[in-house]
Design a protein around this ligand. Structure first.
Ligand code: ADP
Ligand code: MG
Length: 707
């Protein structure tokens, strides 16, 4: 490796972040302390302090080359949004421009909010929306084609204070889980913890293809997924891509992604090839949930941007290609105290760790009672093609505990008491030169949507393109509710130990149905889950009602995470998004098939017909039956294509008839989507019949094997 290519990670890590170290260096001591207090205790920041912070932040950013700043927020579009302002103020009489940035500009922004989804929230109010600085997630300087920009993470609310984004409710849910966790800790005699924060690590899956192939596929350009495409002779059946050696071109891309992320303070840690050809994964080290939500957005943005620089395209859609695995995002979640405890750490002898057992049983209750809501939090249009297809968790929520905890849990269910834990065993390989080591007490189960993995739960349903905001809002709040209910009982008890024993017994017995350690991909599980009364919600539209049930509304209002009108608006937005995305897909399909596929097939049929005529006239004895058979077959599929296309077009015309978003969404699911499937069949057959030179776009094989 050449000297200039060597990367000093410790030197570059966080260099573009206005982090604690930078703040300590640059801010006056008093200002630093006030800001820290705000971050730690949620105290309001006074404008004088904000002015000083803003000034120093600007000076620091300008040293890094920044010309603009932006409030960066996460409206309910799934992506992030930003509007850039330069630091320039009106020039002095001398004509020299001044650069300024005030405390007010730092803490409050007012983007024109009228075009962001509000689900009717703003219909009755003014269209104003505000962004407010989230000082718990550090500001940073981003370098891209725009130059360098100071990016300020913010929350986005309406004029009346209603949340229009992911971050506001997330911060509210963090307050809820903090408060209830502290109550629980106090019951167990802990007086040293003052803050409990969810820690999250999100593993991001993605596809990388050549950008010229991407641009040649209008379906990928407009919808993020392929709408047609025949399977290549080889798919993922050999498992030779999974964890395989990383190809040079991808390696160079990953290297640059890591450097960009490290500069932004994102701890990019693990990278590997995933199951499907052209599929990869990146995982950072876990951190506080609100920072992780921001960092996951940065990871997605960085993957896309760096791919572009390398002549590649990053596909984040949950199912870009039918027939090979889709992409998800594993959301690893635990609860960590500021005195260094992980509430989900069972220790060596979980059966003796009563606090852990209570926490575990509360989580089981939370997941069991709100399985529908948790499922909803992972619902997005793309995930409908992925969940339940034996490549990702089924659409049924259940919890995998692993051997050790399952055994402890069984004891709790039967007697309310656990007297022993299965210990860790020595791993023996039978090879003398390999060292023996201790195995984990639990194995893994990749088929489970919600799995205990040592000292955290891994929620595996989340879609690759989705924000991890929503699943974590749900997790934080449902667990806060279960903790709160438990504390209500235990705080009143005369005899704490007996009350604790009884409560654990009862929770374990009441919620044992949610525990499942078997194969989640099997048909038996679907039947078994039904017997247990567990919801099996197979698609997004059936998941949305969970947002507004009485049970959900009561819980969210109790913990001040969402109001009823905020929830109604979110449900409305989801129906709207569903209908819009399916509409784009359907229109794209019509476009591709009318303008590219049919003309190409007609050209090809003409070529065959011409060849029949010219061969026959040149040599009347020549057998042209192959050409004739091919022409017949292609023409038959062409006819099927035209007929299916017509059905789709007719049904698509009627989508304008609905005034209600929900009805429109259902119409897309139940009428338009089946039309699209029907149309795909003859087109994919045609792809296998038509000369590759005539087929108007790259094939699956071209896209996923030629990177
Ligand atoms: P696994 O092998 O179980 O998937 P990894 O060590 O690969 O675990 O971690 C997967 C993700 O989970 C990473 O982002 C990691 O930082 C995160 N993680 C590890 N421990 C915790 C924890 N206690 N809480 C939350 N996330 C965690
Ligand atoms: Mg994992």
């Amino acid at each position: 490796m050449k000297e200039e290519e060597k990367v000093n990670v410790t030197e570059i890590f966080g260099e573009n972040v206005f982090d604690d170290r930078t703040m300590q260096e640059r801010l006056p001591k008093k200002t630093y302390q006030k800001l820290k207090q705000t971050i730690r205790d949620g105290k309001e920041l006074d404008i004088e302090t904000a002015d000083v912070v803003a000034h120093e932040m600007k000076e620091w950013a300008i040293e890094k080359g920044a010309t603009h700043y932006t409030h960066w927020f996460q409206p309910l579009t799934g992506a992030t949004a930003e509007k850039h302002d330069s630091f320039i103020t009106s020039p002095l009489p001398s004509g020299k421009a001044l650069m300024s940035f005030s405390g007010k500009e730092l803490i409050k922004g007012e983007p024109d909010a009228s075009s962001f989804p509000s689900g009717g929230l703003r219909a009755t109010f003014e269209a104003r929306g505000y962004t407010a600085w989230d000082c718990t997630s550090p500001a940073f300087v981003r370098e891209d084609a725009c130059g360098a920009t100071l990016v300020i993470p913010t929350a986005f609310c309406s004029y009346t204070g209603e949340a229009l984004d992911q971050k506001t409710p997330l911060l509210r849910s963090m307050e809820a889980i903090n408060e209830q966790s502290l109550r629980l800790l106090r019951l167990f005699g802990n007086t040293t913890a003052h803050k409990v924060t969810p820690s999250v690590g999100a593993e991001q899956e993605y596809f990388i293809i050549d950008r010229k192939n991407f641009l040649a596929r209008k379906d990928l350009v407009y919808t993020g997924r392929t709408l047609i495409g025949a399977m290549p002779p080889k798919g993922q059946e050999m498992d030779d891509h999974y964890f395989g050696a990383i190809r040079e071109r991808i390696g160079a891309f990953m290297h640059d992604v890591n450097i960009e992320l490290w500069k932004l303070g994102v701890t990019a840690k693990t990278q590997h090839n995933e199951v499907a050809p052209a599929q990869h994964e990146l995982a950072p080290i876990y951190e506080e949930v609100n920072v992780e939500v921001d960092h996951n957005q940065l990871i997605m943005e960085t993957l896309k941007r760096v791919a572009y620089d390398h002549g590649l395209q990053c596909l984040l859609h949950e199912k870009p290609f039918d027939g090979v695995n889709g992409s998800g995002k594993h959301n690893n979640w635990s609860l960590v105290t500021d005195d260094g405890q992980n509430l989900l750490d069972p220790g060596k002898t979980p059966h003796e760790n009563m606090q852990f057992l209570l926490v575990l049983c509360c989580i089981l209750k939370a997941v069991d009672e709100h399985a529908d809501l948790l499922r909803e939090s992972a619902a997005d249009v793309g995930n409908d093609s992925r969940l339940g297809a034996n490549e990702a968790p089924p659409a049924i929520i259940s919890v995998y505990l692993g051997d050790q905890l399952a055994d402890v849990f069984d004891q709790l269910v039967s007697t309310g008491e656990a007297t022993h834990s299965i210990g860790r065993k020595k791993m023996q390989t039978g090879v003398k030169t390999l060292p023996d080591f201790m195995k984990d007490a639990t194995d893994r189960n990749r088929t489970s949507p919600f799995a205990f993995t040592g000292n955290k739960f891994e929620f595996r349903m989340v879609g690759s393109e989705d924000s991890i905001g929503e699943p974590n809002i749900v997790l934080n709040t449902i667990v806060a509710e279960a903790f709160s209910d438990a504390c209500d009982v235990l705080e009143k008890a005369d005899d704490f130990d007996t009350a604790l024993h009884d409560l654990i017994h009862q929770l374990a017995a009441d919620h044992q149905r949610i525990v499942f350690n078997g194969n989640g991909y099997s048909d038996e599980w679907v039947k078994e889950a039904e017997l247990r009364g567990l919801p099996n919600i197979t698609n997004m539209l059936d998941a949305i009602p969970a947002l507004t049930t009485d049970k959900t509304v009561q819980m969210y209002e109790r913990f001040h995470v969402f109001t009823k009108s905020e929830l109604d608006s979110r449900a409305e937005i989801e129906y709207e998004i569903y209908a819009k995305k399916r509409n784009i897909e359907a229109k794209t399909m019509v476009d591709i098939i009318r303008k590219q596929v049919i003309p190409a097939v007609i050209k090809y049929t003409t070529v065959i017909a011409d060849s029949i005529t010219s061969v026959s006239s040149a040599c009347p004895e020549a057998d042209v039956s192959t050409q004739t058979a091919l022409l017949t077959e292609v023409s038959a599929q062409l006819k099927n294509t035209r007929e299916s296309l017509q059905s789709l077009e007719i049904d698509l015309e009627r989508t304008g008839d609905f005034s209600d978003e929900k009805a429109r969404a259902f119409y897309f699911r139940d009428t338009v989507l089946p039309d699209m499937k029907g149309l795909r069949t003859p087109v994919d057959k045609l792809e296998m019949l038509v000369d590759k030179e005539y087929w108007p776009m790259p094939s699956y094989g071209d896209m996923i094997f030629e990177v």
